[in-house]
Write a protein that binds this ligand. Structure first.
Ligand code: PGA
Length: 258
C-alpha cells in the first residue's frame, strides 16, 4: 500500500538549464496552477544566479525555491562556491545536496556530505540529500553497500530532532537523463532498504518523518506508477521539470488527464 503518512513532495531540478525569462515564466505558470498548494509540496531547484528573481516571483505562493548545491563553510576563500546564508539571503528555503552530477562530474567525495547536510540544517535550509548507485555498481550487486555508505556519510551529523526537515532522493545514476527509469520493483526494494536503514539509524518515529523521493527519468507517463510504490513519498524531476506541460501532469500525478 502507498504510504501517504508523509505529504507528497514533487521537486524540479533545473540543473544548468533555462534562461532568466523562461525561468520566470515557468514559475508564474506553476504558481498560478498551484493555488494554495494544499495536499502536496512542490519546489524548484534553480541555478544560483536566478534564485533572487525566481523567489521574488514565487512569493505569496506555497512553491518552494532551492539551490542546487552549497559549500559548508559560512564564508572564506572558496572561489566559485555559495554559502548557506547566501542562499537564504536570495530567498531559497531549501537545497539539493550530493546530486549525482555533483558526485560524478565534479567529484564531490562522501566525506563532504555530512558537513553539507549539517550546514544546510543549521542555516534553516531544507536539504534533499541525493544518493544513487552507478550501473556498474548495480550490475556488480553493490547497490545496497553503496547506498548505505552514502547514507552513513550524509547522516553523519544528523540528530533525531532534525529528521522532520530532511528528505532523501534515491536517484540511480544510470536512470538520470537517460530515459531509462528503474522498474517499480527496483524502486520498491531500494526504498524499503532506505527506510529500514533510517529506522536503525534514528529510530522508527523519526525515520517515519523523513520523506524518500525517487528520481531518474520521471515523466508524466510514469509518475503515477512510481508514486504508487510503497515508501515512495515524492519525485525529483530533471528534464521534465523544464516545461509546465510536462511538470504539471507530474505534480498532478493522481488526477485524471484533462
Ligand atoms: P532526469 O533528472 O529527470 O532528467 O533524469 C533527474 C535528476 O537528476 O534529478
Amino acid at each position: 500500500m502507498t504510504n501517504r503518512a508523509r505529504k507528497p513532495y514533487i521537486a524540479g531540478n533545473w540543473k544548468m538549464n533555462l534562461d532568466r525569462a523562461r525561468s520566470l515564466d515557468l514559475i508564474k505558470t506553476v504558481k498560478g496552477r498551484l493555488g494554495d498548494g494544499g495536499d502536496r509540496e512542490v519546489a524548484f531547484f534553480v541555478p544560483a544566479i536566478y534564485l533572487a528573481d525566481v523567489s521574488a516571483v514565487a512569493q505569496g505562493s506555497p512553491l518552494g525555491i532551492g539551490g542546487q548545491n552549497l559549500w559548508f563553510e559560512a564564508n572564506g576563500a572558496f572561489t566559485g562556491e555559495v554559502a548557506p546564508r547566501m542562499l537564504r539571503e536570495v530567498g531559497a528555503d531549501r537545497v539539493l545536496i550530493g546530486h549525482s552530477e555533483r558526485r560524478h562530474v565534479f567529484h564531490e567525495p562522501d566525506d563532504w556530505m555530512g558537513r553539507k547536510v549539517r550546514a544546510a540544517l543549521d542555516c534553516d535550509l531544507l536539504p534533499i540529500y541525493c544518493i544513487g548507485e552507478t550501473l556498474d555498481e548495480r550490475k556488480g550487486n553493490r547497490t545496497e553497500r553503496v547506498l548505505k555508505r552514502q547514507l552513513e556519510s550524509g547522516f553523519e551529523k544528523v540528530k533525531v530532532e532534525d529528521c522532520h526537515r530532511l528528505t532523501i532522493a534515491y536517484e540511480p545514476v544510470w536512470a538520470i537523463g537517460t530515459g531509462e527509469t528503474a522498474t517499480t520493483e527496483q524502486v520498491g526494494a531500494t526504498h524499503k532498504m532506505i527506510r529500514k536503514w533510517l529506522a536503525v539509524r534514528v529510530g522508527e518515529p523519526a525515520a517515519n518523518l523523513v520523506r524518500v523521493l525517487y528520481g531518474g527519468s520521471v515523466k508524466p507517463d510514469n509518475a503515477k506508477d512510481l508514486m504508487a510504490v510503497e515508501h515512495v513519498d515524492g519525485l525529483l524531476v530533471g528534464g521534465a521539470s523544464l516545461q509546465a506541460e510536462t511538470f504539471l501532469p507530474i505534480v498532478e500525478y493522481d488526477r485524471a488527464p484533462a
